[in-house]
Design a binder for this molecule. Structure first.
Ligand code: ADP
Ligand code: MG
Length: 238
């Protein structure tokens, strides 16, 4: 658990600026949804928070500490992507424990953490299976398991459900929310799906062309959208 502070963060690719000074303050344990149309900069912002992409200006702070120059592995952050990118020739247990093994943790510690994560995610019966023997939802859970075993302070999700069918998406939304309740971890969740944003978020950040249009609770955005873009995007009548 950690607070996360994004302070006037910007990103330019050469002469093209794609993030124009975004600021978001996220208290401990909050579930923030970053929403906006395709190409507005959601993934870029998330990748900068994770340390996968250098920031051009501004600061990323975790628990008050500037982490701009820390590599991803030293940020206590775990990221879950839409393409699960599981290792096809490793079992579920091996997939979940791989990062810990690379860190040189002991077999016993790895087994214990994998078991705990598998219990939280209802994956105990599947630990010896291979990814191809799993359903889409189970694969997505394994991807989350890989994040959980690392016991990160912050979870980042980049459109984790966009490859799933509608019914499973609804179920996984509830599971991710339940996970957040159990772990009480700070989470930043990226989606272009308004329904996902409205049903999952403690607070929503609406991005457009690399700028924040509005930050607020789903209720606030619905009742008092800052402008017609937010109103149109969130789907309120005004
Ligand atoms: P989103 O995730 O909201 O769809 P992205 O963060 O992927 O948006 O992209 C934001 C903008 O930055 C887009 O205009 C995209 O074309 C551009 N962009 C992303 N990555 C690169 C890159 N490596 N080089 C140049 N432009 C990029
Ligand atoms: Mg994206």
């Amino acid at each position: 658990m950690a607070s996360m502070n994004i302070v006037n963060v910007g990103k330019a690719y050469g002469s093209l600026t794609v993030i124009h000074g975004v600021s978001v303050e996220i208290p401990d344990g909050e579930f923030v949804v970053l929403v906006g149309p395709s190409g507005c900069g959601k993934s870029t912002l998330l990748r900068m928070v994770a340390g996968l992409e250098p920031i051009t200006f501004g600061d990323i702070r975790i628990d008050g500490k500037v982490v701009n120059d820390l590599p991803p592995k030293d940020r206590d952050i775990a990221m879950v992507f839409q393409s699960y990118a599981l290792y096809p020739h490793k079992t579920v247990a091996e997939n979940m424990g791989f990062a810990l093994k690379m860190r040189g943790e002991t077999r016993a510690d790895i087994d214990e953490r994998v078991r705990k994560a598998a219990e939280i995610l209802d994956l105990m019966p599947y630990l010896a299976r291979y990814p191809r023997q799993l359903s889409g939802g189970q694969r997505q859970r394994v991807a989350m398991g890989r994040a959980i075993v690392r016991d990160p302070k912050v979870f980042l999700f980049d459109e984790p459900l966009s490859n799933l069918d509608a019914k499973l998406r609804v179920q996984m939304r509830a599971e991710i929310k339940e996970l957040q309740r159990r772990l009480a971890t700070t989470m930043i969740y990226v989606t272009h799906d308004q329904v996902e944003a409205m049903t999952m978020a403690d607070r929503i950040v609406v991005l457009r062309d690399g700028r924040v249009e509005q930050i607020g609770t789903p209720r606030t955005l619905y009742d008092t959208p800052a402008n017609t873009f937010v109103a149109g995007f969130i789907g309120s009548p005004s």
